[in-house]
Design a protein around this ligand. Sequence first.
Ligand SMILES: *Cc1c(COP(=O)(O)O)cnc(C)c1O
Length: 471
Amino acid sequence: MKYVSTRGRMAPQPFCDILLEGLAPDGGLAVPEQIPQVSAQTLESWRGLPYPELAHRVLSLFITDIPGEDLRALTHAAYRTDVFGSEDIVPLRPLHDGMSLLGLSEGPTLAFKDIAMQFLGQVFEYVLTRRGTTLNILGATSGDTGSAAEYALRGKRGVQVFMLSPHGRMSAFQRAQMYSLQDANIHNIAVRGVFDDCQDIVKALAGDLDFKSRYRLGAVNSINWARIAAQVVYYFHGWLRATTAPGQQVSFAVPSGNFGNILSGHIARQMGLPVRRLVLATNENNVLEEFFRTGIYRPRPAAQTYATSSPSMDISRASNFERFVYDLLSRDGQQVDALWKSLAGQGQFDLSAHLPHFAQRYGFAAGASSHADRVATIRAVWDQCGMLIDPHTADGVKVARGFVEPGVPMLVLETALPAKFSDTIEEALGRPAPLPPGLEDLLTREQKVDVLDNDAAQVRAYIAERAQLGA
Ligand SMILES: *Cc1c(COP(=O)(O)O)cnc(C)c1O
């Protein structure tokens, strides 16, 4: 299996070569040269496999340059019962009205990003060790991604993590989650500024090619293909758990921001998984809902990106969306390249000519929710099934309701646990969400963080002092 770029100008490369890179050299995103196919017979033979085994079967279709037994060891190390709290790793629980919750948030940071990151942590360490090299991960976070990366990479050989976060602007829970890590290879940097300032500093340092190569800077952002591939596994797992015979169809509803999670569902469907609908849910930041409704992709300026009660979906542009457009345009990199050039010039592009294909060929449907919808949905799910869901998952449930069909299970992806977003739970139910077992003392744990000014030079000096250069 080799990977090419969505912009069509990258020589095919194996998985391990694209693993540590960000954008492709031509500015595009890495995608498999062909989507691997899984027959109905193979799919049936996977019934009952434990999650780490299923992960091995699915990922070996995408990763052919790591020996099978090594890859199996990596998936078993990533998906451990003691890390995800149950043997299922990803439990499936019934909701009301033909819907179920696919529990993606049982990992250490209580959000779905753990699933991909835990695998990424294993495969990073493996590839760096095999190559006798090191990597210094530099990132900016407003909460979720940064903590999932830190928990996945803590204590890993050959990796240092430098994570910038906006000083005083994360919730007490998020701060405690990140800053309580005491591992020597985790460096929390609180910047006196907002999230955009953090991101600007990362861009400045990673854009300085001398500094980047001297200090071996890398990233674990949402465009990383290994994350997309690792997420494909739980669509297979969800289908296998929700069906009993070949060919039965299942729909998935996905709370979406950067289009990473649902892109994995799209890939699973392209591989042959019998998926009826991929229901994309947004909050008030409805760039993607608008696209699937109108065919026009219109990223928003920062001033038009709202801070909502499902903050991990507050995006103005969807970084993984280009991979879907590549398929939509029959995998023609030249067309994608031209489209993104026109986007840079005009601020939007129009694919409404392809509108009929969105649902018919690709199974997409979309909807948006508001704060009031989330609060009402959290309350309704609690009243009807005694289950507490977080505001992101509530976006998914709210939009999913409109697409439930008789005889087709609707699996709503649970992208975070309610304890992470307790303010909204309190608003809906009049009391906070309980902390999961083992985290009761999280807020009082000792924290390790360095506060720096909003100044790239200070961060540069900080990294230069602490980066790991040799193997
Ligand atoms: C990241 C995140 C999302 C959005 O996922 P994408 O892959 O960016 O579409 C939704 N919910 C939660 C809780 C998240 O952390």
